[in-house]
Design a protein around this ligand. Structure first.
Ligand code: SF4
Ligand code: ZN
Ligand code: ZN
Length: 356
C-alpha cells in the first residue's frame, strides 16, 4: 500500500494520527494546527495585551515545557509584545522537584527567559518532605495545592508580572469537571472551566492549553524533541483524581471528543442565584494580606496547624475550630511574609493579531 498523504496539506507523508480528530497528518501540519489552536484560544479569550509581563508556571514537566515553547513561538510569530518569564515553585520534594528544576534551568537557557524559583521553605519555613513527615501521605496534596497557589502569586508579585499562565490541559479540566460533579462541589464546578480567573485584587491566571489534549502535548514535545522531566511525584497524586482520570481515558478511547464535550458541558452549567448568594465574599487575610474567603487564608491556617503540631486536623472548618479551641495562636508563631500585589494592567487582545 502506498504511504498515506497528509489530510491537511495533501503533499507530505502522514506520519501521525491526530488524537483530537483522528486525521492522518504530517509533522509540520501537526505543529501548525496545534500552535494555531492555542493562538485561537488566546485571541478568542482576549488573554493578553501588548506590553504584558507574563509568568509561565514552569515545573519542568511536559505541559509547562510545551507551554513555554509555544508561548515563545506565538509571541514571536504574531508579535504579541509580551515579556515572558519562567516561574517555578520548589516544593522541597527530594528526588523529584530538585531534578525537575534542573530541567527548568536548562529551559531557561534554551528559551532565553528570566527564571524565578521560589521555595516553600523560604516562604513557609516548611518543605513538602517535612510536611509529609508530619501529616503522612493522605492530605499532603491539600497542603501542597494551597501552598503552591499562593507561592505562584507571590512569585508573580516578586517578578512584577500581571499574569500567570499555567500548563493545565483539556484532560486536566475535564477531570476537574468530573471530580466536582462527583463531589457535588458547586462553587468549583461553576468556575473550573473558566479559561481565566481574576478577582478584583488578584493576579490574572489563565490556561492557554484549555482545549489542548494531553496526548497531543506529549506528541508535540516528542516530535519537537523538547527537554522535559517525566517522573511522577513521589508523594503520589490525589487518589480521587486518579479515578476521574481512568474514567476519562476510557471515555476518550471510545470517543475522542469526550474530553472537549465534558469541558463544553462544564461551561454550560449555570449556578442558581440563590446558591451564588451563599458563597463567601473575598477579603484579605488578616495575618498575611493574601486573598481569602475567611479571616485567615488557607495557607495561614495550614501553616498554623503545622507549627502547632496539629496539622492532620487543619484542613477543614471543623479543624479550624479545633485549633481555636486550643487557644489563640502563640505570639511567636511563624508567619508568611505580607503579600503585596504588583501594579496591575487591564486590556484585551485584538482577535486578528493577538495584540491590542
Ligand atoms: Fe504536591 Fe501532591 Fe503534586 Fe506531589 S502529587 S507535587 S505532593 S500536589
Ligand atoms: Zn501536511
Ligand atoms: Zn494568610
Amino acid at each position: 500500500m502506498p504511504p498515506r498523504t497528509c489530510a491537511l496539506c495533501n503533499d507530505a507523508r502522514a506520519i501521525l494520527k491526530r488524537p483530537k480528530t483522528g486525521q492522518q497528518i504530517c509533522k509540520d501540519c501537526f505543529f501548525y494546527v496545534f500552535e494555531t489552536e492555542v493562538h485561537n484560544t488566546i485571541t478568542e479569550a482576549c488573554l493578553f495585551k501588548r506590553g504584558d509581563r507574563v509568568a509561565i508556571g514552569a515545573s519542568g514537566g511536559k505541559d509547562s515545557t510545551v507551554l513555554a515553547h509555544v508561548m515563545k513561538t506565538l509571541n514571536e510569530r504574531y508579535d504579541y509584545g509580551l515579556e515572558l518569564f519562567l516561574l517555578s515553585i520548589d516544593e522541597g520534594i527530594t528526588g523529584y522537584r530538585d531534578d525537575s528544576l534542573e530541567t527548568v534551568k536548562r529551559n531557561q537557557q534554551q528559551y532565553d527567559m528570566p527564571l524565578k524559583i521560589l521555595s516553600y521553605d523560604e516562604l513557609y519555613g516548611w518543605t513538602m518532605d517535612a510536611i509529609v513527615s508530619q501529616v503522612g501521605k493522605k492530605n499532603n496534596c491539600t497542603f501542597c495545592g494551597v501552598f503552591r497557589r499562593q507561592a505562584l502569586d507571590r512569585g508573580a508579585a516578586i517578578l512584577n508580572v500581571d499574569h500567570i499562565v499555567t500548563g493545565h490541559n483539556a484532560d486536566d479540566i475535564a477531570e476537574t469537571v468530573l471530580m466536582n460533579i462527583m463531589r457535588g462541589d458547586i462553587a468549583r464546578l461553576g468556575r473550573c472551566t473558566s479559561i481565566c480567573t481574576q478577582g478584583e485584587d488578584t493576579i490574572k491566571r489563565s490556561k492557554p492549553f484549555k482545549y489542548a489534549y494531553e496526548k497531543e502535548i506529549v506528541m508535540y514535545a516528542y516530535f519537537k524533541k523538547l527537554d522535559y522531566f517525566s517522573t511522577e511525584c513521589i508523594y503520589s497524586p490525589d487518589a480521587y483524581r486518579g479515578h476521574a482520570r481512568v474514567f476519562l481515558k476510557d471515555l476518550e478511547a471510545a470517543r475522542p471528543s469526550a474530553i472537549i464535550d465534558i469541558i463544553h458541558s462544564g461551561e454550560a452549567f449555570e449556578i442558581k442565584e440563590d446558591i451564588k448568594a451563599t458563597q463567601k465574599l473575598q477579603q484579605t487575610c488578616k495575618r498575611c494580606g493574601y486573598m481569602s474567603s475567611n479571616e485567615l487564608c488557607k495557607a495561614c491556617t495550614l501553616l498554623e496547624g503545622l507549627e502547632r503540631g496539629m496539622a492532620r486536623a487543619a484542613v477543614t472548618d471543623r479543624a479550624r475550630k479545633k485549633l481555636d479551641a486550643e487557644g489563640p495562636a502563640p505570639e511567636n508563631l511563624r508567619q508568611i511574609p505580607l503579600f503585596k500585589l504588583p501594579a496591575n494592567l487591564q486590556g484585551c487582545l485584538n482577535a486578528d493579531t493577538g495584540v491590542r
